[in-house]
Design a protein around this ligand. Structure first.
Ligand code: CP
Length: 306
């Protein structure tokens, strides 16, 4: 675990690695509840956020996680960097590394972008979401949220519903949850179901009512319209909401103590009924809090031992 240089994919992790990161994150949650939310673990380290796609939760929680660990942070976006003048991503990273950066956190629309960067820098690289491929820290924060709520992930039945085809969250969640002993059932429009998804170990069930039956947790996914390239994969948002949106009626088919999660941002009234947004079974804000703690654990794991 301590020899791990980058966090690019859940596939790198063993179950014990996830358990270790979750236990570290739980300890960091205690730090986040203190009046002075800071520990000196990464004092003197500089973490560079390269966010080339929009983000609220991931970008801010990585920044906050770094600050809570006493690291310095700097951020660039595509529109404010020399990428706009034609510089390529590799040269951009090499130039920032020459300024003595210690770690790159990257979000990029291209699947594989984080792996590409990891191949050209000596710094640890953290994948903050690459195209439709993976979002490993989202999966870790989802595991932490479930572990805190249920006490254990093993044996939970988790239904993941929505735009599976374009969802890096779905891929990382399936890999992490299966590794931790959960059962994963995935549902959504057939046009948004990747052909090879069952190879990850999840069971496909296109009928949403069947998919959510006796589930402990429903993870609703956003329709990633920015990745559909103008294709019409469903007739209208109204029809999508009717057949694949989580409504109180569909939620009533789950176990009595089931919870709702969503990585955000939520299209209210599309994948999730507005009346389910603020009920106590909905853990969306707990997920966001878990995000800061998990990212502290990942940054500390990759950087504190250096
Ligand atoms: N869950 C998530 O990745 O949200 P952001 O796009 O706001 O970072």
């Amino acid at each position: 675990m301590y020899q791990m240089k980058h966090l690019l994919s859940i596939r790198q992790l063993k179950r014990e690695d996830i358990e270790f990161l979750l236990s570290q994150a739980e300890a960091f949650k205690e730090v986040l509840s203190r009046p002075i939310k800071k520990v000196p673990a990464l004092r003197g380290k500089t973490i560079v956020n390269l966010f080339f796609e929009p983000s609220t939760r991931t970008k801010l929680s990585f920044e906050l996680a770094a600050k809570r660990l006493s690291a310095d942070t700097v951020s660039i976006s595509k529109s404010m960097s020399s990428l706009e003048k034609g510089e390529d991503l590799i040269d951009t990273v090499k130039n920032i590394e020459a300024m003595k950066a210690d770690c790159f956190v990257i979000r990029h629309r291209a699947s594989g972008a984080a792996h590409l960067i990891a191949g050209v820098t000596k710094c640890p690289v953290i994948n903050a979401g690459d195209g439709t491929n993976e979002h490993p820290t989202q999966a870790l924060l989802d595991c932490l949220t479930l572990k805190e709520h249920f006490g254990n992930i093993r044996g939970l039945r988790v239904a993941i519903i929505g735009d599976i085809l374009h969802s890096r969250v779905a891929r990382s969640d399936i890999l992490a949850l299966m590794l931790m002993g959960a059962e994963c059932i995935i549902s959504g429009p057939a046009t948004m179901m990747p052909k090879d998804i069952e190879a990850l170990g999840a069971r496909v069930c296109l009928d949403v009512k069947e998919a959510v039956k006796d589930a402990d947790c429903i993870i609703c996914l956003r329709i990633q319209r920015e990745r559909q390239g103008g294709a019409r994969l469903f007739p209208s948002l109204r029809e999508y909401a009717m057949f694949f949106g989580l409504s109180p009626e569909i939620f009533s088919l789950t176990k009595d103590d089931a919870v709702i999660m969503h990585p955000g941002p939520v299209n209210k009234g599309v994948e999730l009924s507005p009346e389910l947004m603020n009920i106590k079974q909905t853990l969306i804000f707990q997920q966001v809090t878990s995000g800061v703690a998990v990212r502290m654990a990942v940054l500390a794991m990759l950087l504190a031992g250096q």
